[in-house]
Design a protein around this ligand. Structure first.
Ligand code: FAD
Length: 485
């Protein structure tokens, strides 16, 4: 056994008194952003806690990672995080990373595009932009702009797909273009299957609370301005952030702070309940005992580990499926990229069935991502609508992506750089009924004292959601460790 079982102390009293007598022993499974941030917060919440973060891979970070190659900076998973929620920015501040933060270019905030019918259309960002956009018919524009007049229906459906909700509020055209684009860009998912309440909780909330999604957004923007002023900062719209060295910076900083606690290359097989707490077993004879276990690996891995603890719980967790999304980072000489636009990138609506779901213009978002004289783009392939593309080998994927860049971006030369990052299980799909499932999972998990579930499978897929849940996990673990035995 790698670690002897510690005498548990959950006798109450002042936390420092309790922990000084018998330090709680906590294991975090998974060293993605969820697990690392949870471990960092747990250590702050429970001074002196005995902590281990066990990770199957040979590198920490999970989806988050940055490669530096031939002068290009390639994000393997996420490209940045937003400041609409403060949790990741706050974590950066607590890690002393403030000086390394960079903000995305202004152009990438305002200029986002849609590729359809062989043309690139700028997505409207204001009511006057909606009136001018050629993407919607006159009737489509009218339906969108009159959304605030629709009010809250007397009887709201318990859960709706994104497509149903968007059609009801904004009309079918908006659902088929803008909402499809949003879902493609964020979830790589199917708007006719994903739950609006789980994937975009603010939309039904705005409808419920203000009678209109548009009105809700306007009120939220006003509140954001007030909150920003209250913090003594100058108000502005939501921005995307990263670091000079790429997103890996936050993973490196967390790993450094946690030091020897983080153990890489640990192939865990199952979790067992013991009379005194928990035992986490590896593939060989290795085992770790703990008072509390925080599980943050993807749903399918959580299910596997928990099968011997509670089969029904494991089956419920295993039902949360993931979609494959592969990232093809591709660099061109600037002179070969005539459509080098100042913007974020484009989305191709899924019904158009293009080989690329969307393209992020990385060197326009964060200009230092490509060496001088080159551009760097990230092409996202696969998703729910194109599992066939996700199944291509690297060579075919690259050939398709380059062919697509010739059509959509008008490139005139061969790629100067490329890198394929495959994510066979990239993004959890919050299908209709997801929140009910999560409630069931959370209530059963709560009946197993000392078991805590986190990660992106449950209540949000963005880095911000993961770091926010990490804070909640730490508070829950700290509360548990203070309980009387
Ligand atoms: C292509 C892509 C683009 C994205 N873009 C953005 C973006 O721009 N902005 C944004 O905010 N979010 C984005 N996301 C989402 C975000 O990156 C993820 O939701 C988040 O990083 C997930 O973190 P996590 O720690 O919950 O899970 P993961 O990153 O999946 O980490 C889980 C860890 O658990 C480990 N593990 C698995 N099984 C075991 C086991 N049995 N024992 C021990 N360890 C195990 C894994 O190796 C992994 O390291 C993107 C995701 C992808 C894939």
């Amino acid at each position: 056994m790698a670690e002897p079982f510690s005498t548990r102390n959950r006798r109450g009293g002042k936390p420092s008194d309790a922990y000084n007598l018998h330090m709680p022993n906590v294991i975090v499974i998974g060293a993605g952003i969820s697990g690392l941030a949870a471990a960092f917060r747990i250590r702050a919440a429970i001074p002196g806690v005995k902590l281990a973060v066990l990770e199957r891979a040979e590198r920490a970070g999970g989806n988050v990672g940055t490669d530096h190659q031939d002068g290009f900076t390639v994000e393997r998973g996420p490209n940045g995080f937003l400041d609409g929620k403060r949790s990741t920015l706050e974590l950066c501040h607590d890690l002393g990373l403030k000086d390394q933060l960079i903000v995305a270019s202004e152009g990438s905030r305002t200029n986002r595009f849609l590729y359809q019918n062989g043309e690139m259309f700028k997505l409207p960002a204001s009511p006057s932009g909606i009136l001018r956009t050629p993407v919607l018919s006159l009737l489509g524009k009218l339906k969108l702009l009159t959304e605030p007049l629709r009010g809250t229906p007397k009887k709201l459906p318990p859960d709706e797909t994104i497509e149903q909700f968007a059609s009801r509020r904004f009309g079918k055209e908006v659902a088929a273009t803008f909402m499809d684009a949003l879902v493609t860009g964020i979830h790589g998912g199917d708007p006719s299957k994903l739950s609006v309440a789980a994937a975009f909780p603010r939309l039904p909330m705005f409808e419920r609370e203000t009678g209109s999604v548009i009105r809700g957004f306007m009120r939220a923007a006003k509140q954001r301005r007030l909150d920003t002023l209250a913090r003594g900062e100058s108000p502005g719209p939501q921005r995307m952030w990263s670091f000079r060295g790429g997103l890996r910076t936050i993973i490196d900083a967390l790993s450094e702070q946690l030091g020897d606690c983080v153990k890489l290359g640990v192939d865990l097989r199952r979790i067992e309940k013991t009379p005194n707490g928990w035992l986490v077993r590896g593939s060989g004879t290795e085992a770790w005992s703990a008072d509390a276990v925080v599980v943050t690996c993807p749903a399918h891995a959580q299910a596997e580990l928990l099968m011997s603890v509670d089969e029904a719980l494991a089956i419920e967790i295993a039902a949360i499926g993931y979609t494959p999304v592969h990232v093809v980072a591709i660099g061109y000489k600037r002179e070969h990229a005539p459509l080098d636009l100042d913007g974020f990138g484009y989305i191709a609506p899924q019904r158009t069935r293009r080989d690329a779901l969307g393209v992020q213009w990385c060197s326009s978002i964060f200009p230092d991502r490509a060496p001088p004289g080159y551009v760097l783009w990230r092409v996202l392939c696969g998703g729910m609508s194109r599992p066939d593309v996700a199944a291509y080998d690297d060579e075919t994927l690259l050939r398709c992506v380059h062919a697509e860049m010739k059509i959509t971006m008008g490139v005139t030369g061969e790629p100067a750089f490329h890198k394929v990052v495959r994510w066979p299980r990239a993004i959890p799909q919050y299908l209709v009924g997801h929140l009910r499932r999560v409630e069931r999972i959370e209530s059963v998990a709560a009946s197993h004292a000392g078991l805590f579930l986190g990660g992106n499978a449950y209540r949000g897929i963005a880095m911000n959601d993961c770091t926010e849940r990490a804070g909640w996990l730490a508070d829950s673990v700290a509360r548990f460790c203070r309980l009387p035995v």
